[in-house]
Every structure is written in structure tokens, then in C-alpha cells.
Write a protein that binds this ligand. Structure first.
Ligand code: PLP
Length: 460
């Protein structure tokens, strides 16, 4: 039998892990944690430890770990037909059924679904669809895509360029020059003294308009954004933000891509985040909660405005020349159908709203008196605690102190996974949508102990 130590050394010798210090990991200086099993909102390590996963993997395991009906659906499909491609009009029952329900679930005006394997590749597809659309319309110069600082859209060449976090660009020759970024809509940090949320939203919209005009509206094709900013800090939009932004986009014939990779499928209390904020996207990017990560799958959901041009353009350009070997994979489609059944049957969007609100209220009531807690925020089953060195002046901690990472490590030591968000001193929570109030109480209790430990260290 292979021992845990042998597994770890095999892994250190062979795997290049994402977001891991390559040298420290290979040498054994950085941790290697072998995950063995998962059930509900908890995972178990091969070392026997049990952790409550308050980040649902990477906010993707929405129905929770170890759901046998999902595993059974995947197995049944594998026995019947594990794979066929979806090129040249081939399909499966699982895929046709899934696509019909996605169009029914999505905000009004959505027409078709294109499948990929990750949020990054779905954003790549959406960028290509935007370019294709404008080429077919005879507007070959209308190609720039505007994204937001601290937006996260993935790691591939185009999606990584749209991502507005500089450490995803450094040493990787990104961003591509066709991508632009505008300011993050975070009222806590971005508002001027006395500026209301509404005024702040108007200002962000004016900045977007100024950028479109400076670039030339004839060169700007699309705006991409998450309904609620995710990896950049779990930041809900300020009041009226989406109304203000959409009126600018409409004025200049700029498409809206709603990146719903995190917000979709109940995470923020509605089927899609767009629904919650009155967004009318032309393209939707979906992944994560679509299959609760049981099998990789992403979707580009295409609105009528783009679909009509793609359909009519086929006469001129022939087949739509884009696709992956695994587009519409039957195992993923079977997993997605099973996850959407659970989402509907267990009313997980409602649970996200109810238990998520409870989680935030408890975090707020327990932590808001701490001098280092600047803001407790979130929406649906998303919560964040942001730490500052001085609340009155909103002075940030010296990044070298790694306050967010230290609180996350202190929580982990106590059996809780809460994510140190990569920008700023922010502790993030995005648990599976099946979370109960008792789980939320446990998360809050451990978080308070962890915050207290780091607070004492910082005061020393
Ligand atoms: N878009 C958003 C909003 C995300 O949060 C992520 C991943 O966290 C992605 C896209 C990229 O998805 P993936 O990691 O599956 O490529």
C-alpha cells in the first residue's frame, strides 16, 4: 500500500500546481494536503483531518460533496454512452435536455448554448463570439472589450487579459492590447467623502462612457463583468450600478457579457445574478455551479441579438468554426441535469439567500466591534470580512503582514476553510448552497477565534 508520505513525495516530484510556490512545493517547504473524501459541506484529508469547506472548493461545489444521485447519473450515462462529440449536429438526450432547461432558466432573450470545460474557455468563446458578430455585421474595427479592475474572468490568454488583477498578468505577457479596464465599483474604498452609493455608481458609469468615447465607440465591442465581483473581493454592486452601466452600453452599441461563473445557479439567491440586478446580458458565461464541479463543464449562453447574426451569417461564412473535443460531453451533461434537479427540488437559491444572510448577520454581529474589521459584506451565499489597520482613516495593513492569509491559516488550523482572497486583506466565504444554520454557527465561531488570534498578534 502507498503511504501518505509516498503519495506526497510522488506529487511533489511530478505536479506543477496552480497558485503554489513551485520551488517551495517541490522542495517540501510548502504544504501538500491530500484530500481523500467529501460529504455535504465537509472534506476529509488522507491524514484523518476533517474540514468544513466554507469556500465550496473554489465556490463551485454548490450541491455539496458526495451526492450519490449525481454520481449515479454520471455512472448511468458512462455505461450507456461515455462519449460522443457534438460536432456536425451530433447530440445526446442528456445534452438536448440540459440545453432546453438552461434557456428556460436564463434571463429572457437567450437563444442558444455553446459548451466548453471551464469558465476561462467560456469567456474565450464569448470574446470570439463578440468578434465574429461584429465581423459578420461589417464592423471589423469594433473589437475592444472593456473589463474592470479586480474583475476575474479566468487565466487563459483572452480571459486572463480580461481579468483585472495584475499578478495574473505579470511575467505572462498579458493583458492583450485589445482589452481595457475601468474602475472597480467598491463603494467602501472608491467613494469620495460623502458620496452616496447612487452618486458613486453614476460616476463609475461616467468613467466608462469617457473611456468608450476616448477609444472611439466604433472600436468598442463589449463590456464584461461579474454581477457581483468575486475573486477580486466578493463585492456586491453599489445601488443602481447596473442600471447606470447598461444605459451607457446601450448608447454606444456595446454588448454586455455577464460572467455568471460564480453568481449563476443560485449562489446569490436567484437563478442567475443578472436576474437579481436587472441585467440584460447579450452573452452569459456559466460554469462551476452548472455541474457543481462533479465533471468539468462550462456554457456560453448566447442572446438573440448575437444568435440572429450568427444564424444569418452562416449563409455567407459556412459552419461555425469553433469547438472542443469535449464540447457538450455527455457525462458532464448528465451531471448538470442531476445538479439542476437538486437545485430545484431543494430550493437551494432560497437556502442561499436565507442561510447566507444569517451567516453575514452573525459575522457582522460578532466581528464589527473588532478595530481591525473594516467591512462585512456579501449577498446570497457569499460573505467577506475585510481587515484594515485603522477603521477611521481606512488605512490598509502593510501587505507584508499578510493579515488575510494569517486569519485564513488560523481558521484552517481549527478545521475551517475560508479563503484569503488574493487582493487585499479579505477573508472570503462561499460555502455549498446546502449550508445549514448550524454549519453557519460553526463557521462563525471558528472565524471569531481565528480573528482573535491574529488580532492579539497584531496588537503586540
Ligand atoms: N469567471 C469567474 C467569475 C470566475 O470566478 C472564474 C473562476 O474562479 C472564472 C471565470 C474562470 O473559471 P475556470 O477556473 O473554470 O477557468
Amino acid at each position: 500500500m502507498t503511504t501518505l508520505a509516498q503519495l506526497q513525495s510522488m506529487d511533489r516530484a511530478t505536479v506543477l500546481h496552480p497558485f503554489t510556490h513551485a520551488k517551495d512545493y517541490a522542495s517540501g517547504a510548502a504544504e501538500c494536503f491530500v484530500v481523500e473524501s467529501g460529504a455535504g459541506v465537509r472534506i476529509k484529508g488522507a491524514d484523518g483531518s476533517e474540514l468544513i469547506d466554507a469556500f465550496g472548493g473554489l465556490y463551485c461545489v454548490n450541491v455539496g460533496y458526495g451526492r450519490s444521485e449525481v454520481a449515479d447519473a454520471i455512472a448511468a450515462q458512462a455505461h450507456k454512452l461515455a462519449y460522443y462529440h457534438s460536432y456536425a449536429g451530433h447530440t445526446t438526450e442528456a445534452l438536448a435536455r440540459l440545453s432546453m432547461r438552461l434557456i428556460e432558466m436564463a434571463p429572457a432573450g437567450m437563444a442558444k448554448v455553446f459548451y466548453g470545460l471551464s469558465g476561462s474557455d467560456a469567456n474565450e468563446t464569448n470574446a470570439k463570439l463578440v468578434w465574429y458578430y461584429n465581423n459578420l455585421r461589417g464592423l471589423p474595427r469594433k473589437k475592444k472589450i472593456i473589463s474592470r479592475e479586480r474583475g476575474y474572468h479566468g487565466c487563459s490568454v483572452i480571459s486572463g487579459s480580461m481579468t483585472g488583477l495584475s499578478f495574473y498578468h505579470q511575467h505572462m505577457d498579458l493583458p492583450l492590447p485589445i482589452i481595457r479596464h475601468v474602475g472597480v465599483p467598491h463603494h467602501y474604498w472608491g467613494a469620495q467623502p460623502g458620496e452616496s452609493e447612487r452618486e458613486f455608481s453614476k460616476r463609475r458609469a461616467r468613467e466608462l462612457e469617457a473611456l468608450i468615447l476616448a477609444e472611439g465607440p466604433e472600436t468598442v465591442a463589449a463590456f464584461i463583468a461579474e454581477p457581483v465581483l468575486g475573486t477580486g473581493g466578493l463585492i456586491p454592486p453599489p445601488e443602481d450600478y447596473w442600471q447606470e452601466i447598461q444605459s451607457v452600453l446601450q448608447r454606444y452599441d456595446v454588448l454586455l457579457i455577464a460572467d455568471e461563473v460564480v453568481c449563476g445557479f443560485g449562489r446569490i439567491g436567484t437563478r442567475f445574478g443578472s436576474e437579481r440586478y436587472g441585467m440584460k446580458p447579450d452573452l452569459i458565461t456559466a460554469a462551476k455551479g452548472l455541474t457543481s464541479a462533479y465533471v468539468p463543464m462550462s456554457a456560453s449562453i448566447i442572446g438573440e441579438r448575437i444568435w440572429n447574426v450568427v444564424r444569418d451569417g452562416a449563409e455567407q461564412v459556412g459552419a461555425f468554426s469553433h469547438g472542443y473535443t469535449y464540447s457538450g460531453h455527455p457525462l458532464a451533461a448528465a451531471a448538470a441535469n442531476a445538479c439542476l434537479d437538486i437545485l430545484e427540488r431543494e430550493k437551494l437559491a432560497d437556502n442561499a439567500e436565507r442561510v447566507g444572510s444569517y451567516l453575514r448577520e452573525q459575522l457582522f454581529s460578532e466581528l464589527s466591534s473588532n478595530d481591525f474589521v473594516g467591512e462585512v459584506r456579501g449577498v446570497g451565499m457569499l460573505a467577506a470580512v475585510e481587515f484594515v489597520a485603522d477603521r477611521d482613516t481606512k488605512r490598509r495593513f502593510d501587505p507584508a503582514l499578510k493579515v488575510g492569509a494569517r486569519v485564513s491559516a488560523a481558521a484552517r488550523k481549527r478545521g475551517l476553510i475560508a479563503r484569503a482572497m488574493p487582493h487585499g486583506d479579505i477573508l472570503g466565504f462561499a460555502p455549498p448552497l446546502i449550508l445549514t444554520q448550524a454549519d453557519a454557527d460553526q463557521i462563525v465561531a471558528i472565524t471569531c477565534d481565528a480573528v482573535e488570534e491574529v488580532t492579539q498578534q497584531l496588537k503586540r
